[in-house]
Design a binder for this molecule. Structure first.
Ligand code: ADP
Ligand code: MG
Length: 699
């Protein structure tokens, strides 16, 4: 393989700051920078100048088309390509691109989910440039990151509310920083998402209709070897996977994505990629692109990249860890314990804000990661439970307890800790023990939210996290701005928050049954096990009030989003149900029948040859398989009946409850019988590749 010059390659397909500085006039550059950093309005002449240079750069780098690139509520990204060509009088063309085309697009919005937001006669939507995320080139097309709204101005995408939530936390955090005299022009949240995925050989994959239609296997008996030897995690990466990773890194680097860490994960065929963190909206765009490019590069290497949360039952699923922090443009990480008493107090207040936010809005965080796919992971002893709680680690817990109880903290001078006066003990980062069972863990200078599913857009949970923390900060600023004795009131405030929100702090084993009991029965934490349980809470008054007060969502947007997310849930499961029926009727039952025929024929033949043969194997297998085909028939009929009843339900809340209570359980019954039959049937007759063949398909 030829050697690559990574610094040269990095960002070569991105119209980044370096390119802008080089190509734009000083005035235009300064003006654009102001828009990017301070959200200032963009003048039209500036937009024209930027568009011209962006186009020239794109053409030099092989682009012929441009597209507004956006993130509708389907979960994937959308693009519609237009070429730069404009006809000239002499029958030729020139390449044109105006400021207007850069700033605004008007895709037909009628085929994107709107949750009844848009009356059918108003199919128009528009996309608006997000200058805070760099434009890039993909497949000879200049991609311009944009927000996507209906003509009435309601958001139809994930980026718009994300940007609004970032403004909300910026607004409130700046009020707090002002009280501490900390200099900052703006405050932003940063995210580093760790992405898990599976790789399966394309040929094996293509023989599984369930994987093709639904992204996960709907049937499959466990292979003799799974992940029990723990020999895959951090193990030696197979040559074919190494080649894939090298290729993937290069593609991502070209797009300015900071791909950094890669390793094998727990399950066979499972891997992880982590980038270096960046500003939340850029991290979101990058993660969407990363998932898309993973699939594309895998295909180039004869493999299929599975991003589903639970491609294989009984085998570890795939998640995404959302590492999140808040920092100022002056380089202060507000979740990093400082050196001076003042910095410490500021850190503790931001820490308190997160603790309160997670407690007050547990349901919003839970529902932000709720999908049909992720429901298979949360609470299944491989991912954090559906109950949200925070892990702080021993040292930080001891410090907070000392403040709460007015007791001395042993690690420091032996006096009762007073904020703003005493230094916090310098606790070392590495002692933040890795409690893998906690959904929301403090890891030294950031929080790691671990409940996300691998295919989730990280926009959803960061919208909720930013907004909820903005709300805590708003409450604190309201109190402290009026204070006459800042230090005393600050101390009292932090103490009160720690006391009031004690229930959300939990350092123990989140996988245990005891925790579920304690969390729900003693602490009163919510345990929203499925999407159907979680999603309706988006419309709880307290949640709507908060999200609307911070201008993150409008009332209409919230109703539409709740509907769309539930629609995604029921549609996903419905397709799975239909796929199961199809596979059972067309393949599984006929295959078992074929094998039964052979067994019966063999038995007959053997008995003709000798009257001494017992045919124990043939007869017992035949008897059980025959019973199983009867069970399978009953179960598939029951599922067909459920699928038919499902069609009759109009109300989305009702149909999502129906999916949870009727459809998924019927699917489980059917699967159980088919999987047992797989263990009794000859591999030659079995119609689809087994789990073993899928999980060990890449060598
Ligand atoms: P760990 O191994 O403890 O999970 P890493 O240092 O490997 O931690 O980081 C995991 C992810 O967290 C990476 O994507 C990293 O860039 C990101 N990260 C590190 N610091 C921050 C921060 N201050 N804010 C947000 N993300 C961060
Ligand atoms: Mg991590």
């Amino acid at each position: 393989m030829e050697k690559t010059n990574v610094p040269e390659l990095f960002g070569s397909l991105v119209f980044n700051d370096r390119e802008m500085k080089k190509r734009l006039s000083a005035d235009v550059y300064t003006s654009l920078k102001k828009t990017i950093d301070e959200n200032a309005r963009l003048e039209e002449n500036v937009a024209d100048a930027v568009a011209e240079e962006m186009k020239n750069w794109a053409i030099e780098n092989g682009a012929t088309h441009f597209t507004h690139w956006f993130q509708p509520l389907t979960g994937v990204t959308a693009e519609k390509h237009d070429s730069f060509i404009e006809p000239t009088n002499d029958g030729g063309v020139v390449m044109e691109f105006s400021g207007k085309e850069l700033i605004k697009g008007e895709p037909d919005a009628s085929s994107f989910p709107s949750g009844g937001l848009r009356a059918t006669f108003e199919a128009r939507g528009y996309t608006a440039w997000d200058p805070t995320s760099y434009a890039f080139i993909k497949d000879h097309t200049l991609c311009i990151p944009t927000a996507f709204c209906s003509y009435s101005g309601d958001a139809l995408d994930k980026k718009t509310p994300l940007l609004r939530s970032m403004q909300a936390i910026n607004r409130q955090a700046k009020r707090i920083l002002k009280l501490f005299g900390t200099e900052a022009n703006y405050v932003r949240t940063s995210v580093g998402p760790e992405q898990e995925y599976f790789l399966v050989d394309k040929e094996v994959f293509s023989k599984r209709p369930d994987l093709k239609y639904t992204g996960r296997t709907l049937f499959g008996a466990m292979p003799p070897k799974g992940q029990e030897m723990d020999d895959h995690y951090f193990g030696v990466i197979k040559p074919r996977v190494t080649e894939f990773m090298e290729d993937l890194n290069q593609e991502l680097w070209k797009l300015g994505i900071l791909a950094k860490t890669e390793h094998n994960e727990v399950a066979p065929a499972q891997h992880e990629l982590a980038p270096i963190y960046s500003t939340t909206n850029i991290a979101t765009d990058s993660n969407q692109l990363t998932m898309e490019i993973m699939k594309k590069v895998a295909s180039r290497h004869g493999m299929e990249c599975l991003l589903h949360e639970k491609p294989f039952a009984g085998v570890n699923g795939s998640g995404k860890h959302n590492n999140w922090s808040i920092s100022t443009d002056t380089g202060i990480n507000l979740l990093s314990p400082g050196k001076t008493p003042y910095e410490n107090a500021q850190f503790l207040l931001f820490l308190a804000a997160v603790i309160q936010a997670v407690d007050d809005y547990q349901d919003l965080l839970r529902l932000s990661v709720a999908t049909a796919g992720n429901d298979h992971r949360l609470g299944a002893n491989e991912a954090p439970p559906a109950i949200i709680s925070i892990f702080l680690g021993d040292e930080l817990t001891a410090i907070l307890n000392a403040i709460r109880d007015d007791k001395p903290y042993e690690g420091t001078e032996n006096v009762v800790m007073k904020l703003g006066v005493h230094s916090l003990p310098r606790f070392s980062r590495d002692t933040t023990d890795r409690n893998r069972t906690s959904p929301f863990a403090f890891t030294g200078n950031k929080f790691e939210f671990r409940s996300l599913g691998s295919s989730n857009s990280i926009a959803c949970c960061n919208i909720m996290l930013n907004a909820a923390v903005a709300e805590s900060l708003r409450q604190y600023a309201d109190i402290l701005e009026k204070s006459d004795d800042f230090e005393a009131d600050l101390h009292a405030l932090i103490k009160k928050v720690i006391t009031d929100h004690q229930r959300i702090l939990f350092d123990g084993n989140g996988y245990g049954e005891e925790w579920i009991k304690e969390a729900t029965e003693v602490r009163g934490l919510s345990n929203l096990r499925t999407t159907a349980d979680a999603m309706p809470h988006l419309l709880d008054k307290k949640n709507m009030d908060m999200l609307m007060a911070h201008k993150v969502f409008t009332e209409t947007e919230l109703h539409s989003r709740c509907e769309i997310m539930l629609e995604n849930y029921v549609k996903t499961v419905n397709i799975e149900g239909l796929t199961m029926v199809d596979m059972v009727r067309k393949n599984y039952l006929p295959a078992i029948e074929r094998y039964l025929y052979r067994l019966a024929e063999t038995t007959n033949l053997m008995r003709q040859v000798s009257s001494n043969v017992k045919c124990n194997y043939e007869v017992s297998t035949m008897e059980r398989l025959s019973e199983l085909t009867d069970h399978i028939l009953d179960a598939v009929k029951a599922l067909e009946n459920v699928l038919a009843r499902f069609k009759e339900i109009d109300d989305i809340f009702e149909s999502s409850a129906f999916v949870r209570d009727e459809m998924l359980p019927s699917m489980d019954v059917l699967r159980k019988y088919v999987d047992e039959a797989e263990m009794l049937t000859s591999q030659r007759d079995w119609p689809f590749p087994s789990y073993g063949q899928l999980l060990f398909s890449v060598n």
